[in-house]
Design a protein. Structure first.
Length: 335
């Protein structure tokens, strides 16, 4: 604006001189002065713009440096968290029985275990006492770190109840587990903290000599396939850890046959979204799949379950921890 103003004033003066009778040397000096003034003002204007541009570039550079620093800091935090989770996963895997150990009790058995977030809120356990084999599968509320912490508490209570307290009735074990979780997360103990978490669970006791099965569950069904027919043994609709009235759980007793195969599982497989209509897998489709594959070798069954759920998911993310355990209860384990 200043440049235009001064240029305009100089042009008025020039017009006055040029239209007057001023000698030519004065005209030359005037032209020179005008040119110098114009160049000077132009340079000053460009310098101001250059200074402003440099300042803006410096501010942008500083902002980019800050973003780069924050990015590195976030990446470092993410790496530390991931490393911690991977280490926690190793601890959890060490506490859960391996498939090889599972097959020491049931030769024909598989464990399809797929956590959603490195560590899992699903867990399983197997143990033997007085000639009976105990099989536990559970799904803690939530997944990831909160679920994994609760699973460790559940494992400790179950092992103590069976191995130290010598409780061998499934419904009683579930009742003790319910009280143990309620005591652990009681409002009196944790002032100002309200934890409404619990777990769904299924518990089998296999007596191979008598060919008997005892089962009790909390929201966990047990599937028995015999002669190409699937029977569902339902659990009570009472979450473990959220049963303050102490409503008893139901024991189911069944006679077993040599070719029977049992499946116990969490709801992660059933609740997975996918398919052409992007819907949940659902129980009906899961039962049909098990009926189609139950006669295959157990390793093949596991591979099919894995491949099938991957194809079903497509580009969807895994919504929950996935656990499916299949075993023939009267098969001879490898000792």
């Amino acid at each position: 604006m200043g440049l235009l103003y001064l240029t305009y004033n100089y042009s008025l003066v020039a017009d006055h001189v040029l239209t007057s009778n001023t000698d030519s040397p004065y005209r030359f000096i005037l032209y020179g002065a005008l040119i110098i003034a114009f160049v000077y003002l132009l340079v000053m204007s460009q310098n101001r713009r250059l200074i402003k541009t440099r300042r803006l570039l410096k501010e942008k550079e500083q902002a980019l440096e800050l973003i780069a620093y924050q990015k590195i800091e976030l990446e470092l935090r993410d790496k530390n968290i991931t490393d911690s989770l991977i280490y926690a996963q190793r601890i959890q895997e060490a506490l859960l029985p391996s498939e090889t150990y599972f097959r020491k009790h049931f030769e024909d058995a598989f464990i399809f275990f797929k956590p959603k977030d490195i560590v899992s809120g699903d867990f399983y356990w197997i143990g033997e006492k007085d000639g009976k084999v105990f099989v536990v599968a559970a799904d803690c509320t939530g997944h990831g770190v909160p679920g994994a912490l609760m699973s460790m508490i559940g494992l400790e209570i179950i092992e103590k109840t069976i191995n130290e307290d010598n409780i061998e009735i499934p419904s009683q074990i579930l009742a003790i587990l319910n009280k143990g979780l309620e005591k652990t997360f009681s409002s009196e103990k944790n002032i100002g903290t309200i934890i409404r978490d619990g777990m769904d669970i299924g518990l089998c006791i296999i007596d191979k000599k008598r060919k008997k099965l005892l089962y009790a569950g909390a929201f966990f069904p047990l599937y028995l396939i015999r002669n190409n027919s699937l029977t569902e043994i339902k659990g009570n609709k009472i979450i473990i850890g959220m049963n303050p009235e102490g409503i008893p759980y139901t024991d189911h007793e069944l006679n077993l046959m040599d070719e029977d195969i049992l499946y116990i599982f969490s709801d992660g497989y059933i609740d997975q979204f996918g398919g052409s209509e992007n819907k949940k897998f659902m129980y009906r489709r899961f039962r049909y799949l098990l009926l189609k594959i139950h006669l295959f070798p157990v390793n093949d069954q596991k591979a099919i379950l894995d491949e099938y759920i991957k194809n079903w998911m497509g580009r969807n993310v895994q919504v929950d921890d996935v656990m499916v355990i299949g075993f023939r209860p009267l098969s001879t384990g490898s000792k």
